[in-house]
Design a protein around this ligand. Structure first.
Ligand code: ATP
Ligand code: MG
Length: 416
C-alpha cells in the first residue's frame, strides 16, 4: 500500500527546490547587508518555553501546538513559531551578556501548527524570521520592517501592502483593555468561547480572532491608537519617520494585534489580496517583556516571521519568475563497456575542473541516451564508441543548435 505524507505537509521536490534556494540566496544577501547573522535552534523545545514565550491566550497555544511526551516523560513541543527558541538561545548561549543589539535571523525553519489545511495554510510550513535584541530604539523597528519589505519587493513581489500599528505598553495597555471590556460587555452573547475567556485575561486578543461573529464586532471596537501613552506615541511616530526616510510606504491599521501575547508598541503585517484568504506574508513586532519573561535581562526585542510557502504563492501570483538552475554542461553518451569506463574517467576529470557533467547510468541505447540528455537539458553531448576510443577524438554536440565539433579526449581543457 502506498503511504501518503501527513495531511497539511508538502514536499519540496527536485522540481521546486531551486525556487527555495533562490529565495534563501536573496535572504542571505539582504540579511548580510543589514548586519544580521544566522542562528539555528532545535525543532523541538520544552513545552513550557512556548507556554511562557508565546502566551497561553494565543491561538497557537490554545489550539495549534504539536505537543507530546517523550520517552523520558518530558513534555515536548514541535516549534510553533521562531521567536521563543531564538530568545532562549540568546539567553542560554550568553549572547545576552555581550555587545547589544544582537541581530539574528533564521532561514526556512520548519514550523508546526495543528491547523485546518487549505491554500496557504499548512501543518508544517517554513519561516524566515529575524530578531533584533537589546535595543528599544525605533530605528530598530523601522530597520526590521524595511528588511522584510525590501526583500519581498526585491524578489519581484509587487502587490503587497505594509500595515503598521502600535499596541502600547504595560503602562497604557490596561486603559485600552478597560475600554475593550466596556465595549464588549453587552456583546458577550455574540462572542466565541475563546473570546469570552480572552475578555477576562487578555482582551486585546479579541481583535485577532478568526471567527466570523467576532470579526464583525471588532469593526466598531475602540481603537488602540486613541489610548496609547505619550512614550508609545512618540515611539510610533519615530518608527513612521524612519520608514519614510527609507522610502517605505505604509498604512496604519489600528486593528492589527498579531499572534503573540508579548508584543508591545510596534506591530506590523505585510499583506496581499492575491493569494486568497491567507494573505499575510509577513508579520511581526516589538516585544519588550519577553526576554526577561524567559529568564534573561530586561532587554527588548523586535522581530518578524515570514512564511516561505506564502511568499512563493504571492510571487507566482504577481507574475514573478525565478530563474531555473543551469542544466548539466555536458552529457557523455557511450556504446560498449570500454567507452563507459572512458566516460566515467572523463566526467570525473570534468567535475574536478568545475564543469558539471554526467553519463548514462542505465546502459541504454545511444538513441535513448541522447533522448535523456535532451530531456534533462544538457548543453552539450559527447559520444564515445570503439571508433572514438581508437582515434582518441570524439564529436561534441551543442544541443540547442545541433552544431558539432571534433575534440581530443585527452584534452578536456580545449572543449569549451
Ligand atoms: P495567520 O493570521 O495567517 O494565521 P499568523 O498570525 O498565525 O498568520 P505568524 O505566527 O505571525 O502568523 O507567522 C508568520 C508567518 O508565517 C505568517 O505571516 C505566514 O506567512 C506564515 N504562516 C503562519 N501560519 C502558517 C501556516 N499554517 N501555513 C503556512 N504559512 C503560515
Ligand atoms: Mg495563525
Amino acid at each position: 500500500m502506498e503511504i501518503k505524507g501527513p495531511r497539511g505537509t508538502k514536499d519540496i521536490t527536485i522540481l521546486d527546490s531551486y525556487k527555495w534556494q533562490y529565495i534563501e540566496d536573496r535572504i542571505r544577501e539582504i540579511t548580510r547587508l543589514y548586519g544580521y547573522k544566522e542562528m539555528r535552534t532545535p525543532i523541538f523545545e520544552h513545552t513550557e518555553l512556548f507556554l511562557r514565550g508565546v502566551g497561553d491566550t494565543t491561538d497557537i497555544v490554545q489550539k495549534e501546538m504539536y505537543t507530546f511526551e517523550d520517552k523520558g516523560g518530558r513534555s515536548i513541543t514541535l516549534r510553533p513559531e521562531g521567536t521563543a527558541g531564538a530568545i532562549r538561545s540568546y539567553i542560554e548561549s550568553g549572547l545576552a551578556q555581550g555587545p547589544q543589539p544582537v541581530k539574528m535571523y533564521y532561514l526556512s525553519a520548519p514550523v508546526f501548527r495543528y491547523e485546518n489545511p487549505q491554500a496557504g495554510r499548512l501543518r508544517e510550513h517554513h519561516q524566515f524570521g529575524i530578531e533584533a535584541l537589546g535595543s528599544d530604539d525605533p530605528s530598530v523597528d523601522a530597520e526590521a520592517i524595511s528588511l522584510a519589505y525590501n526583500l519581498i519587493n526585491g524578489i519581484g513581489v509587487t502587490k503587497v501592502t505594509l500595515n503598521i500599528n502600535s499596541i502600547g505598553c504595560r503602562k497604557c495597555r490596561p486603559l485600552y483593555n478597560k475600554a475593550l471590556r466596556e465595549y464588549y460587555e453587552d456583546k458577550k452573547d455574540r462572542l466565541c468561547k475563546n473570546c469570552l475567556e480572552r475578555l477576562e485575561r487578555n482582551p486585546l486578543r479579541l481583535l485577532d480572532c478568526k471567527e466570523e461573529g467576532c470579526k464583525v464586532l471588532r469593526t466598531d471596537a475602540p481603537k488602540i491608537t486613541d489610548y496609547i501613552c505619550e512614550d508609545c506615541r512618540e515611539h510610533f511616530e519615530s518608527v513612521q519617520n524612519y520608514l519614510s526616510l527609507a522610502g517605505i510606504p505604509y498604512e496604519i491599521d489600528p486593528l492589527i494585534v498579531r499572534g503573540l501575547d508579548y508584543y508591545t508598541k510596534t506591530v506590523f503585517e505585510i499583506v496581499t489580496s492575491e493569494i486568497g484568504a491567507q494573505g499575510t506574508v509577513c508579520g511581526g513586532g516589538r516585544y519588550d517583556g519577553l526576554v526577561s519573561e524567559l529568564g534573561g535581562p530586561e532587554y527588548s526585542g523586535m522581530g518578524f516571521g515570514m512564511g516561505i510557502e506564502r511568499l512563493l504563492l504571492v510571487l507566482e501570483a504577481s507574475g514573478g519568475v525565478i530563474p531555473e538552475p543551469d542544466p548539466i554542461k555536458v552529457f557523455i553518451c557511450t556504446m560498449g563497456e570500454e567507452a563507459r569506463k572512458k566516460a566515467f574517467f572523463l566526467v570525473d576529470e570534468l567535475r574536478k575542473k568545475g564543469v558539471s557533467s554526467d553519463m548514462d547510468h542505465i546502459v541504454r541505447s545511444m538513441k535513448a541516451q541522447f533522448k535523456f540528455a535532451n530531456k534533462t537539458g544538457a548543453e552539450y553531448t559527447l559520444s564515445i564508441g570503439d571508433n572514438e576510443l581508437s582515434t582518441g577524438k570524439a564529436s561534441l554536440k551543442k544541443m540547442d543548435d545541433g552544431t558539432t565539433r571534433e575534440v581530443a579526449l585527452a584534452d578536456i581543457d580545449s572543449w569549451f
